[in-house]
Design a protein around this ligand. Structure first.
Ligand SMILES: C[S@@+](CC[C@H](N)C(=O)[O-])C[C@H]1O[C@@H](n2cnc3c(N)ncnc32)[C@H](O)[C@@H]1O
Length: 211
């Protein structure tokens, strides 16, 4: 595949495209772009984001629904995880964690917010940490899964193996507050990457690999 290219698969049956305007006007969208393209993350921002999600943890899971989960399942089915060592970043209260665990031999779920992690159910090992400085050696992970989570390009590049994969999922498509298009994800990564992308339910996903 050509470096930087994104190959779109056909939409899954039942894909919802008329999304209510929500995430595209959220202030967190700007933060998402700054983190991915301008190294826009520091201790002050980290603390504010942690406080924000600590405050939403108790009611976060009430937002889950089949249309949101459809893109996670489709990303895992038509995209897929590579290898055994899989880490979910920004796992939160577990919208995707149990589906990922069903397809990963060795999954760890990481989040900045301990209150979000406490809402998880299931047996996946949980770690509180900051995805901008992962407590992982270089080239230690086969697949990173990010569901509605900020992209830290250099850290993703550092911890993935050479054949490693980034599975990027936005469960409310372009109206997800923390959203980057598959084209933007590929563009943000250092070096040469390519992706296959798809849509299902209300969501959008990209399986992003080095060329
Ligand atoms: C929009 S929520 C998504 C949670 C879950 N993946 C979902 O889709 O329901 C974003 C999550 O990313 C976490 N997060 C934000 N910045 C992070 C960072 N730098 N490192 C690790 N987790 C982070 C937040 O605490 C929050 O749980």
């Amino acid at each position: 595949m050509t470096p930087g290219s994104v190959t779109w698969l056909p939409d899954a049956p039942g894909t919802v495209t008329d999304l209510e305007v929500f995430g595209s006007v959220s202030p967190i969208r700007k933060v998402t772009e700054q983190v991915a393209f301008d190294d826009g993350w520091d201790a002050s921002r980290r603390d504010k984001v942690r406080e924000l999600f600590d405050g939403m943890a108790a009611e976060w899971s009430s937002r889950f629904g089949d249309e949101r989960e459809a893109s996670i399942i489709d990303a895992l089915d038509r995209g897929g995880v590579r290898g055994d060592k899989v880490v979910e970043l920004g796992a939160g209260s577990g919208l995707g964690t149990n589906e990922i665990a069903a397809r990963a031999a060795d999954l760890v779920a990481l989040d900045l917010s301990m209150k979000m992690l406490r809402e998880q159910s299931g047996g996946t090992p949980l770690v509180q940490g900051d995805a901008s400085t992962l407590p992982l050696p270089d080239a230690a992970v086969d697949t990173l899964v990010l569901v509605n989570m900020f992209l830290f390009p250099s850290e993703v590049d550092r911890v993935l193996t050479g054949a490693g994969r980034l599975l990027w999922i936005n469960t409310n498509g372009h109206e997800t507050p923390i959203y980057l298009s598959p084209e933007d994800v590929v563009a943000a990564m250092p070096g040469s990457w390519t992706a296959i992308a798809g849509r299902a339910g209300t969501g959008i996903w990209a399986a992003v690999d080095r060329v």
